[in-house]
Design a protein around this ligand. Structure first.
Ligand SMILES: [Zn+2]
Length: 135
């Protein structure tokens, strides 16, 4: 029988079952599905693969986002204790990394502003900042 005829014949059968390997790199299970677009053996594998994909592709963004949250906590803590100025060395010692800021903004007085959550740093000199809270 010609090959083409076989292929057309099987495609008419809707219950064609595909056996394939799970697309999760951390899983080597084989599974069967009638859905040709199904790529994972389970929902757990689908979620795990998405998680690891994000970890690899958005490594920089994830690292910066974690650092931004750390920066926010440091500024909140300083502000609560009544500390309204800090220099870059003091901030760095506390684990603060200024580079984890979103693109800095400018005040009306042309001072550079780095916002972290509801707090922000106003650059008053090259390495000196005023800690402010959004009102
Ligand atoms: Zn799997």
């Amino acid at each position: 029988m010609p090959y083409m005829w076989m292929e057309i014949n099987t495609s008419n059968v809707n219950t064609m079952i595909n056996r394939k390997e799970c697309a999760n790199p951390k899983c080597s299970e084989y599974f069967t599905s009638v859905n040709a677009r199904k790529r994972f053996c389970s929902l757990v594998c689908k979620n795990q693969a998405a998680y690891w994909h994000k970890q690899v592709v958005y490594e920089w963004e994830n690292r910066i986002q974690k650092q931004r949250l750390k920066n926010i906590k440091i500024l909140e803590s300083l502000y609560k204790r009544g500390i309204y100025t800090a220099n870059d060395i003091e901030l760095k010692k506390m684990g603060f990394i200024l580079e984890a800021a979103i693109i800095p903004d400018l005040t009306a007085e042309n001072q550079t502003v780095f916002r972290f959550g509801n707090h922000y740093l106003v650059m008053i000199e090259a390495n000196e900042f005023r800690i402010k809270k959004v009102k």
